[in-house]
Design a protein around this ligand. Sequence first.
Ligand code: MTE
Ligand code: MO
Length: 547
Amino acid sequence: MRLRSLGLAALTGVMLSAPMVAVMYLADRWLDLSFPPFDTFDLVARELPGPLVTFGIDTMIEVLMFVGLSVKDFAKTAEQIMAIGGFFAAGVVATAVIYAIVQWRGPELRRELGLLFGAIVGVPTALMTVSITQSSASLILVLVWLVALFLAWGFASVWVARRLVLSTSTVYESEDGDNSVVVYGRRQFLIRMGAATAAVTVAGVGLGRVLSMSDQSRLEEELAAAEGNMPGSVAMVELPNEDDPVKPALGTRPEYTQVRDHYKVFIRSEPTLIDGATWTLPVVGLVNAPTEFTLDDLMNSYEPRSEFVTLSCISNSVGGDLISTTYWTGVSLQDILRDVQPSEEARYLDITSGDGFYETVALDLIESDPRIMLAYAWDGRPIPFDHGFPLRIWIPDRYGMKQPKWITGIEVVGERTVRDGYWVERGWDEIARVHGTSVVDTVAVDSIIGEGDERLIPIGGIAYAGARGVSRVEVRVDGEGPWHEARLRSPLSDTTWVIWRYDWPFDAGRHTFEVRAVESNGTPQTTEVNPARPSGATGIHSRKASL
Ligand SMILES: Nc1nc2c(c(=O)[nH]1)N[C@H]1C(S)=C(S)[C@@H](COP(=O)(O)O)O[C@H]1N2
Ligand SMILES: [Mo]
């Protein structure tokens, strides 16, 4: 009996929470009324202690790698599933509690009490949502909508629970008062309820998805409009090292990452959408000439700078895929600073982003490196929405965590008012200089060169040492014997990864191939094994192959 109650309570929870989440989703895609599962998840992720969040992210990355999924492709989806799953589970539990109360109080419990339950759960959830939402709709509207939805959910929960509980404890009365006739038994009721809620859920999700897709194509158009006189994809034209005699071993990752394949990391469940037409960049604070730049100012009033750039996430594991290379175009921050004229006491830029992210950059660093840029194009096109449209910073030699995307404001501050960046506050390295690293991408068993005793197996991959460059890459077989020098392909720029290749004399059997790199100034890559936290993973990468 108790087990049956529990089952009915859970069923009520599923029947009421699933359509609620679906309707939330639809309202968000249609009218931009926020999606509380993502917003509350993002809020919790922001407010939880840094180590706990990092532990969560690390665990997720490990699970993905363990089951053989690409971290780059699935991390965000996994997060979204956790967000929706968690919200839904909380909804089921809340409904089950309501069910239990109804069962406990029996018929005395007034139906209107459902509204109170709805308010108890809904008001905090709605407030949490509006505190972090990126919705373009009025916050009052979002608040009213969500509270109303929760009131309906609470009311429906009590109504359904009453219907289920009372039909077990009393003889159900038909409308004409003849209590020997059961009009709808519990089974029929459940079937009807189940069908109705399933229909709402499927319709909500389906319609939401359709709207989401049409939104996507509208955004594509907006991006194309922002393209203006940008040169267009450089991936389509010749890369600077096209003629290099060292060709990548078959299976080496592409040297130039297609923008759609570039890894993505951001703190929210969804990318932040900024309207480029109305966006401006205020540069204020300790400056003599505070200025509000438009995208057009940045693109047309300053000499554009372009560079092939390899960007890596500090969470990337040794050999991981949170690292990519594309062609960045923007304006040197030195040029901007020359015009806004920082005052005597100015020491740092405090950069804020549309998603609530922030970082600090020392003026000394900017003065020492004209390459540090505010970038508005990737691969000759506006930066995609997921990668920070309309503006992001590039700082050579630093992990991605130091480099805000979706920049919405810059304040020049002094020593006393400077704050740590978003991830620095959460325990990650303050400098976040990239570590030298090298990876065996492939042991190209299918492209053996030569014949007989002269057969060679191409082995290859990447090596990366930020803006320091790579001078040498070495490969060792089966953990013993000499390190063999690999050939290096000339990199796309001084700050990108280098493709290396070593043609190894064929030897049948199962072998392990290790790789290590030396930076341009002669410093060997750290071989000590360190986890990503707090300052980036280090260690030797190896790959096994059977020949
Ligand atoms: N505004 C904002 N900027 C951000 C982040 C973010 O979450 N929000 N993530 C940072 C991190 S941790 C990395 S690794 C890079 C990733 O850039 P990408 O997604 O374009 O590859 O962006 C950085 N800049
Ligand atoms: Mo990152």
